[in-house]
Design a protein. Sequence first.
Length: 453
Amino acid sequence: MDIRKMVMAAMGTALLLGAAGSFSPQTEEKIHVKIKIEATKFKDELQKFRDRHFDIAGVSLKASEVGLVVSREDLRILRNEGFAITKESLIGASLDTEFKDPSEIESILRGFADKYPNLTSLMSLGKTEQGRDIWALKISNKNSFSKFKKPTFYINGMHHAREVMSPEVPLDMIEYLLANYGADRKVTHWVDQNEIYAVPMVNPDGNNVVWTNNNWWRKNVSRGYGVDINRNYPYMWGQCRGSSGNKGADDYRGPSAGSENETNAIVELIKNIRPVASLSLHSYSELVLYPMSCQGQHAAHKDFFMRVGGGIAKQIPVDGGGRDTYTSGTPWELLYSVDGGDIDWLYSDFGVMPFVIEMNQEFQPSYSQYRDKTVKKLRVAWMTLLDLLDGSGVRGKVSGEQEVVVKNLSAKKSWTDYTYKADMNGNFHILLEPGVYEVNGRKVVVEQQRVDL
């Protein structure tokens, strides 16, 4: 594997031109810097960096530091402006070859599908601009019967090409579930009673650039300049200063909402499978994030997200050791506004309960030092969400593809009536905090309830 990747790196430019002649990634020398910011000014300064289109690599909320990817000229400007730069390192061409490229992801998923044919189904969600498949693996016992639609869970990695640790968590989940099926009672229950969809690499074209040309490339390769897939989803696209309209920016949202092959592949998957909960893996910052992502917005399920997200975060220790754990909250409360992201779209358009984990303290840590400890400590996240599929909420059926309106009769003032659109067969499954609710819809049949109705 190492030799092949070294050869690919040497031939990177030729390979890219052969796959898509119009694409030419930025090759300007880049530097990763960390800047110390006064805690009381942290959010304001972070938003200013966003407005100036700096490439924000990540943050450390506890250290009040922000990481930026900058040019030599950017670095000179930052110094002249008086910023306290605590660390700077030249971004090199090398990358730990133990991390996975697109062909290795495909090979691993095919291996799981071949080894566990009764528990898995491998599918291509569509093609990228350069013709690569976007692979998904479904895990569920094909022989277990359910009178009603099985609850569905969705997990994904690598919306952003340089975040090479992000596919490792879905791959670890797949391996853990399949290897422990039949021996572990909880795992067996999850696989028998649910449908679990894993998409370890949403952005294979971008990841190919990481291996062959620019190991800090973030976007896909669309139209010669690339689009940030996680700013391209339809909900609130370009609406709250949470992305860029500049084609050269690393958070460029694309020419229109849902313009990208990768975005459309995920959109069609979600329309078909209608997950109850989801987990998106990113790096870095050691955060657990949930909707909403635009300044001042809150989800109707705010209490649910705070409880679940906070509970997950408190169980994940930071990389630096000690007693500190991950921090939870919405993107705009902890960092800055994000528009066109997957979690707000999943929640607002399909009623999914979605979470994001920003893992680690850098994009590309040592594989041998961090891979196993990272995937093991993050198991609590997807395990918690799988447990939620049996948790507090209501599940049932309405007549056709209709809306279900949920009123919280024991709500605090912050609750607003929540409208959930059932799937094409009328199925709905809504996770709720314990309480008393009223569910309204056309010919509602409640199949399972874990709240008072």
